[in-house]
Unconditional design. Sequence first.
Length: 340
Amino acid sequence: MRALRHIRLAPLALGALLAGCSTPMNYMIGNGGVGARSAAWLGWQAIIAFCAATLVTWAFLLWFALRRRGTLAEHEPIDINQGQAWILIGGFLVPIGVLIFLFVDMMVVLASEPVAKPVSPAPDIVVSGQQWWWNATYRFKGRPDLTLSLPTEIHIPVGKAMMIEVRSADVMHSFWVPKLNGKIDLVPGLNNYEVLEAVEPGTYLGQCAAYCGEQHAHMKLRVIAQTPKNYEAWLAHQRAPAAAPTSQEALRGEQVFMGGACSLCHTIRGTPAMGQFGPDLTHLASRQTIAGGMLPNDTADLEAWITHAQALKPGSPMPDLPQFRGSDLRALVTYLQGLK
């Protein structure tokens, strides 16, 4: 009965496994990038080998549970030298063979990856990791005047291999977008490189994959793959200065922003705010998230982040600003939400 109970639970476990694999962070079920295909296939082979070994084990267990018990005479002690061949085959040769196969396959995958060394021409995007957010600087060969720095969300064109250079501004981080490519470490004082190439438009979730401090789990990023036409339109929009506020409340919010501590840390291009410590806010409202990818970019979370950032993300560089409240806070949020 115990064995049958486990059999009835198996479909539930399989359903839970498939539900977990369907999440955007998982690269095993499907991938959207050239660099992730070989790693995904390697993962599938490991899963198939594990499932095969599990099924064989359960088959033997079921056979032992359901077979006839026999009599005491049938189960007298046997010669200790019998059965050694099965132990050698099942306990040593088969596992070693599977592990050697997976190891060789892994080395082939690693050899097929782009080399992580300085490249010529210069990288398309320089990604800087810091506690606890990402900043992407877009470079355009021969046009330094078009350089653009934006936080947390990285945009790339579909069908084009984008060379990404990764750097650390403080401690060790790890850049990982599972559906596009493998992990690559950000080591202070050392620049590493990776190629991101998406085969279809979409939003691909990423994460810092090396423990980098108390808010490591909230150091998230998004890679947004767009058609080449939409990518160029996005770039043109992002290069433009901030739109001037049009309503009285937004105008009041701009005054609150410029008169407070915000303008000392953040840049809003086209205004006197030229702070370099925090993320660029020129087109804040066009982003999906705030707080280093931790919170959705909506009114409630933006108000909470401005006033009580340390309660939401303790240790982050963003201080609590409880002085913004009431009409000043509403006006400030209205101004920021107009920066599209």
